[in-house]
Design a protein around this ligand. Structure first.
Ligand SMILES: [Zn+2]
Length: 552
């Protein structure tokens, strides 16, 4: 796998040395080629076509302008991913063999020669075996110690060095911090495009945001534009753009990577979201929990919007695709304005088609699988997000102790489990109040069962553990069972009763801020049993994620 780039050099050399036969016959290469094809196949290709018919002509022109800006941000991310991401990509592009084309495809999925799904191992070319932790943000040969020693010797440089908007370079034998807006030549073009987009925006809040974002791009000061983003109202088009997340800097988590998401509002799903939000207090009142622990005046929680992705570029587009994002990250903005959760409906639908529907067909009884339904899947995810706002936020009797702080590193898995369990439990209220009918409830249950198996194939993380807890608990309680034919089914009589008991177990762990109980639940239920391993094995041929292309 590390040999393909040397092959690049070899082949060009071969024109004068006639040595190409030796290269082509090298047996090792085909193994690596086969491995890359297998990895590509784990990403189901999908073309997402956004429906812009609800937009005005000027809004459609605005979208086109934003996509143009997004592509510039995508180019910048190629520079940030790793130092040799672009040279690897371009060498493969120049080769133009079938093998090189496959490697190129996988390089494009991962924005470089390293695979985040496989421990950041190098899969092509002859560079270092693991992705340098600092990506393209620091000199490849710089160590943590050198960085820290430099700051200790030059304390006046500490702020610039730790800034999330600077690149560290080596110049004349010493380290130097260069602001993004100076480092990336395309900054001015990007800012101009955002200004041109602002000209096309008829919504005043969007116009203001785009103007401020253009200024931020030129100065690397994003605060005002982040505030303006939280103040967007009545806009049908939305945009996330700039340096956002710091995961790519595995050395210090200081540096933020560029990404762009162009979004249009989904009108139908937004109406459904409003329906759920208007029932928040009803959901809270119906929680399987003693009344004294329930919130009396529940707020609406965070701002939530359901949108369709028109363009995805840069950091967010690397590897696994997200179905939702909560931004902005700046805690000062979050404190003043909260966060906005954007749910990507067309991503959810693509994951349903390529993954959840296939899991249903493979694992569930045919009778149960009949009810696995796309709309029920996106509704479940929407209701999951709404459900995060339900239930207590503080440990009982301790107004100053947030549940998050009491449960520490065990909090995320418990909280995700709560949101899933309540999302399902809320269906009891939706049925009893006549908002949804029995047919819909059947769809929701069957889709939930297939969906539980989606996240346990990723191998780690809060959602992984949360889904394991639900699967093992519901199997133990006889809600999920295996038929004589070896297919999965649900006990309809027990479903809501046991869902209520699971919800109560999780909610009481939160009410009590019980760190030990959370540990007990995780140790008992967040385990990959042999039975689950076998079921995951059956799903091997089903893609784990999607590789998206966007047209509009
Ligand atoms: Zn969640």
């Amino acid at each position: 796998m590390k040999n393909l780039l040397s092959l690049v050099l070899f082949v060009s050399f071969a024109f004068v040395s006639c040595a190409e036969k030796e290269v082509i016959e090298e047996p090792k290469m085909s193994d690596e080629h086969a491995m890359v094809i297998e990895r590509i196949n784990a990403y189901a290709p999908v073309t997402l076509k956004s429906d812009l018919s609800g937009l005005t002509e000027r809004e459609r022109a605005l979208v086109a302008k934003l996509v143009e800006a997004g592509k510039i941000v995508d180019d910048i991310f190629w520079e940030q991913s790793t130092h040799d991401a672009i040279s690897t990509r371009d060498s493969l592009m120049a080769l133009n063999t079938d093998e090189a084309k496959d490697f190129l495809k996988y390089v494009k999925i991962n924005y470089g020669p390293y695979d985040p799904l496989y421990d950041n191992d190098r899969f092509v070319g002859s560079g270092v075996a693991k992705r340098p932790q600092g990506g393209g943000f620091y000199p490849e040969d710089m160590t943590k110690e050198e960085f820290e020693a430099f700051i200790a010797a030059n304390p006046d440089q500490a702020e610039a060095f730790k800034s999330q908007y600077t690149i560290i370079v080596r110049e004349n034998g010493t380290l130097k911090a260069v602001p993004y807006h100076q480092k990336y030549e395309k900054t001015e073009r990007l800012a101009s495009l955002l200004e041109e987009a602002a000209e096309l925006a008829d919504n005043a809040s969007l116009k203001k945001y785009l103007q401020l974002r253009a200024t931020a791009t030129r100065t690397d000061d994003y605060y005002e534009s982040d505030l303006a983003w939280m103040e967007l109202e009545g806009n049908n088009v939305d945009l996330v753009i700039g340096p956002i997340e710091n995961y790519q800097d595995e050395l210090f988590n200081y540096k933020t990577a560029h990404e762009a998401v162009v979004l249009v509002k989904d009108f139908e799903a937004s109406a459904e979201l409003e329906l759920y939000k208007s029932n928040m207090q009803n959901f809270e009142n119906s929680l399987p929990l003693e009344n004294k622990f329930k919130q009396k005046n529940i707020g609406e929680g965070n701002v939530i919007q359901v949108v369709n992705v028109v363009y995805f570029g840069g950091d967010c587009n690397q590897g696994v695709k997200t179905i939702a994002a909560a931004l902005p990250n700046d805690p000062k903005v979050a404190e003043a304005k909260g966060r906005k959760l954007s749910m990507y409906k067309n991503h959810m639908e693509a994951k349903f088609d390529k993954i959840v529907a296939e899991i249903g067909k493979t694992l569930l009884t045919p009778e149960r699988n009949k009810y696995v339904d796309k709309k029920a899947f996106t509704s479940f995810v929407t209701l999951h997000e709404v459900s995060h706002a339900l239930g207590p936020k503080y440990v009982n009797g301790k107004k100053n102790m947030e549940i998050r702080n009491a449960l520490k590193e065990r909090y995320s898995a418990i909280e995700e489990c709560k949101a899933d369990a309540l999302s399902m439990y809320n269906h009891k209220y939706l049925l009893e109040s006549g908002i949804k009918d029995q047919e819909y409830i059947e769809k929701a249950k069957a889709t939930y069962l297939a969906g539980l198996y989606r996240s346990i194939r990723f191998g780690s993380g809060a959602h992984y553990n949360a889904n394991l807890i639900q699967l093992n608990y519901l199997k133990e309680q006889g809600v999920i069972f295996t038929t004589a034919e070896g297919k999965l089914d649900l006990n309809d009589d027990l479903f809501f009763e046991k869902m209520g008991e699971l919800s109560n177990l999780i909610l009481m762990t939160q009410v009590n801020g019980d760190y030990d109980k959370a540990g007990e639940i995780l140790a008992k239920y967040a385990v990959l049993s042999d039975e689950l391993k076998k079921e995951i094995e059956i799903l091997k041929a089903i893609p784990r994620d999607i590789a998206t292309e966007y047209i509009y």
